[in-house]
Design a protein around this ligand. Structure first.
Ligand SMILES: [Zn+2]
Length: 378
């Protein structure tokens, strides 16, 4: 964990976020292990634990006896104390998942979206999706933290506005976060699909996953970046338009207006049935990315990629080996996404959990809503 003792303005929530993060990763735990991991005094840990127990997020789970001394109280996260809904908006489908506080996917569903769907179509489908996920789960009543949306870009994560999503005609400067909050009656977090996806991977992989890219191929090509232990969104929160980097100056015109973008070259190879070539094109882009930002992990994701995962994984690994100078030193791990098709929706749910129960960071944007669930739970 990075910088656990930073003197932020909201220290109380910061410490609670730290303890929830520890509880999420280790069951059961005791007061001393939290003190050791955070640098807090045992008394401060007790106060934080008392607050989290009162909120139902943490519960005592038993006693550990060692020798003749006083037994140690053990604690654990209560995963079902809170839930989150994650939504993955792709160009053809809407995938929804329900996760618990640990981020584990409890249930998931996928429905088709109408061709060239409108904001109204999407809002209706999301509302139906939330009802469908929670209908047979009375334990989720009053415990839904919010809804995370991972969507194709370009979009403005900070303002919650979808900006001219590629190949979707009805999506010009749509304030999706605000409109979804009105329709769903829950806090909403909007992010690019790939950033949600790389967040999910980071939750599952832990601190060793500090400089990474999630490469996604699913009706388009994008890259979610996780740099220095956190999601990297860039100056306009629109980082990740990896598919619209040019590989061939005089190449075919792309949906974005440029010529010879990775995405248009890749998609043409796929349309020709030439998956090995499509994979080599993607791999060339991955090597460019490695050369630019020096990442240690490449995670391959997206339905269109996972259908041919052997070809893509081999092409990326071969290109790194052959084209990255000193690949013996600049080692890069290449893996497939650990959550399969659910990864974007699950990551979006984890982002809304982070916004409420994560470790706040000065750079964090989006809803900070720790009290809202308290009001709902009453
Ligand atoms: Zn393009």
């Amino acid at each position: 964990m990075r910088n656990p003792a930073a003197g932020l303005g909201f220290l109380r929530d910061y410490n609670e976020g730290l303890v929830v993060a520890i509880a999420r990763d280790s069951v059961p735990f005791d007061r001393a292990s939290v003190a050791a991991a955070t640098g807090l005094t045992p008394q401060a840990v007790s106060k934080v634990l008392a607050r989290l127990i009162k909120q139902g997020l943490i519960a005592p789970s038993g006693l550990r006896r060692q020798g003749a001394g006083k037994p140690t109280t053990l604690y654990e996260l209560v995963p079902t104390s809170r839930f989150a809904v994650g939504v993955h908006v792709a160009r053809r489908t809407l995938r929804t998942v329900l996760t618990d506080l640990r981020g584990d996917v409890v249930t998931s569903a996928v429905t088709p979206l109408p061709p060239d769907f409108t904001p109204q179509d999407l809002l209706r489908a999301m509302a139906d999706g939330v009802v469908h996920l929670t209908r047979d789960r009375p334990d989720t009543s009053g415990r839904i933290t919010g809804v995370g949306i991972g969507m194709v870009g370009p979009l403005d994560h900070a303002l919650g506005i979808v900006r001219d999503a590629h190949r979707l005609r009805h999506w010009h400067d749509v304030p999706l976060r605000e409109r979804a909050e009105e329709v769903l009656g829950l806090p909403v977090h909007l992010d690019k699909d790939v950033t949600a996806g790389v967040t999910a991977e980071a939750w599952r992989r832990g601190p060793a996953f500090d400089d990474a890219a999630l490469i996604m191929v699913e009706s388009g090509v994008g890259a979610g970046l996780w740099l220095d232990g956190r999601a990297h969104r860039g100056a306009h929160t629109n980082a990740g338009e990896f598919g619209h980097t040019v590989l061939q100056l005089d190449g075919p015109r792309c949906a974005c207006g440029r010529h010879g973008c990775l995405e248009v070259l890749h998609d043409r190879a796929v349309a020709d049935g030439d998956i090995p070539r499509a994979a080599r094109i993607l791999a060339a882009g991955v090597v460019n990315l490695i050369q630019t930002i020096d990442i240690g992990h490449v995670v391959l994701a997206g339905a269109d990629l996972l259908r041919h995962h052997r070809s893509y994984r081999a092409a990326v690994a071969d290109a790194i080996e052959a084209e990255v100078p000193r690949a013996d030193w600049l080692t890069v791990e290449v893996t497939l996404s650990s959550l399969g098709a659910d990864i974007i929706a699950a990551g979006a749910a984890m982002q809304i959990l982070d916004a409420s129960y994560g470790v706040p960071s000065p750079a964090s944007v989006g809803p900070a809503i720790p009290m809202q669930i308290e009001q709902q739970a009453r």
